[in-house]
Design a protein around this ligand. Structure first.
Ligand SMILES: NC(=O)C1=CN([C@@H]2O[C@H](COP(=O)(O)OP(=O)(O)OC[C@H]3O[C@@H](n4cnc5c(N)ncnc54)[C@H](OP(=O)(O)O)[C@@H]3O)[C@@H](O)[C@H]2O)C=CC1
Ligand SMILES: O=C1O[C@H](COP(=O)(O)O)[C@@H](O)[C@H](O)[C@H]1O
Length: 375
């Protein structure tokens, strides 16, 4: 059987031959001579689908962010001027929109301290909403429609007044109907709590749900992580808080399980009997470039204890009894528990030095304006 994955990030289809054991049989839909995993927009790992309200379902979108009936969804990207918002969040929202996975009535609001008009936000994000989709129709038309739903409100992170003004703008777009609000915190962790305090006080939905997505890192260590949770819970119920690490949903990472457990060639060979050593290499060909949070958290907290351990666990775990999140988690935990503790003398830490390649000067880590000279 040929299994084709659609990647939300690149919109491309990738196919590979596989044999699916019963535990790994997703809903397959026959389309022509191929089978595709049927991506159901209503599916979500935590039972809180984004489109818990009516979906667009391919109907023509005429609402331009204003509602005349039904339920509305407002997605507020806090830190809209930043790197993550530009690189991942707006493109991901557009991907959802493109696939009709957003409700019929939705509005996206960018919020950060930088001064910007709606038009400037649209221009900024349109740079990263490229139609990277091979052979897909009407992408630029859909992109324009998506951009028309995007607005911007400048404000301070701890200001009740600024969030109250955002609330007024949201209400106008929501047209007095049942409104759900999703705040995506794409900001450095040191401002999480003040945003949640002001947003929940001044910009919570008056009649629908209010949810908050918090980007990792969730603190510097377990103590500060627990403190962060305690602080957030002064304003929110646990059910309103969604902690995100995008590697959990990254296509490359998800495909590892399929590659391992659904592949007749790899499955029997995937053991220490046949594999002598494994190296996980994470390499980026760019510097900090806009990632202002980077220096204070460091590379270990940024990607090692989360992204790379995630990959290691998926790579080394035994087959889970089912695809249930708990079963997968249990297998991962077994791997992590059985690992030898890392000793400091086994770790080598380095820092990029400035150098030249083909006559071009590459800056050192400390040359980056966002990094302290003493880092
Ligand atoms: N970039 C990435 O690839 C990833 C980032 N993350 C996490 O997502 C969050 C956002 O990341 P990213 O967009 O890269 O971060 P940025 O450093 O780009 O910050 C986002 C925005 O927050 C505001 N900001 C920056 N520094 C401060 C500060 N000290 N105090 C108050 N506001 C500040 C700025 O907006 P303005 O000045 O306009 O208010 C900035 O545009 C971080 O928690 C990061 O750890 C997680 C995964 C990947
Ligand atoms: O979470 C993070 O991940 C990105 C790398 O993500 P990828 O999907 O492009 O592999 C990294 O650049 C960023 O510093 C980190 O916070």
């Amino acid at each position: 059987m040929l299994l084709c994955f659609r990647t939300p990030a690149t919109f491309s289809f990738r196919c590979r031959p596989i044999l699916l054991p019963p535990a790994f049989s997703p809903a397959l839909v026959q389309t022509g001579r191929r089978y595709r995993i049927h991506l159901n927009c209503a599916d979500s790992s935590n039972g809180h689908p984004l489109n818990a309200v009516s979906k667009l379902d391919g109907k023509e979108d005429k609402s331009d962010g204003d509602t005349t009936g039904g339920t509305t969804l407002s997605i507020i990207v806090i830190g809209a001027s930043g790197d993550l918002a530009k690189k991942k969040i707006f493109p991901a929202l557009f991907a959802l929109y493109y696939d009709n996975c957003l409700p019929e009535y939705f509005t996206v609001f960018g919020y950060s301290r930088s001064k910007m008009s709606d038009k400037e936000l649209r221009t900024a994000i349109s740079q990263t909403l490229t139609c990277r989709i091979d052979q897909r129709e009407n992408c630029s038309g859909k992109m324009d429609k998506f951009l028309q739903r995007c607005f911007y409100h400048p404000g301070q992170y701890g200001s009740n007044q600024d969030f109250a003004e955002l609330h007024n703008k949201l209400q106008k777009k929501e047209g007095g109907k049942l409104s759900n609000r999703l705040f995506y915190l794409s900001i450095p962790p040191n401002v999480f709590v003040e945003v949640v305090s002001s947003a929940s006080t001044s910009a919570s939905s008056p009649n629908g749900w209010t949810r908050v997505i918090v980007e990792k890192p969730f603190g510097r260590d377990s103590e500060s992580s627990a403190q962060l949770t305690t602080s957030l819970k002064k304003y929110l119920q646990e059910e309103q808080i969604f902690r995100i690490d995008h590697y959990l949903g990254k296509e490359l990472v998800e495909n590892l399980s399929v590659l391992r457990f659904s592949n007749l060639i790899f499955e029997p060979l995937w053991s220490r009997k046949y594999i002598r050593s494994v190296q996980f290499v994470f390499s980026e060909d760019f510097g900090t470039e806009g990632r202002g949070y980077f220096d204070s958290y460091g590379i270990i907290r940024d990607i090692m204890q989360n992204h790379l351990l995630q990959i290691l666990a998926l790579f080394a775990m035994e087959a889970p009894v089912s695809l249930d999140a708990e079963d997968i988690r249990n297998e991962k935990v077994k791997v992590l528990r059985s690992m030898r503790k890392l000793k400091l003398e086994d770790v080598v830490i380095g820092q990029y030095k400035g150098h030249q390649i083909d006559g071009k000067t590459k800056p050192s880590y400390t040359d980056d304006p966002l990094v302290s000279k003493t880092a």
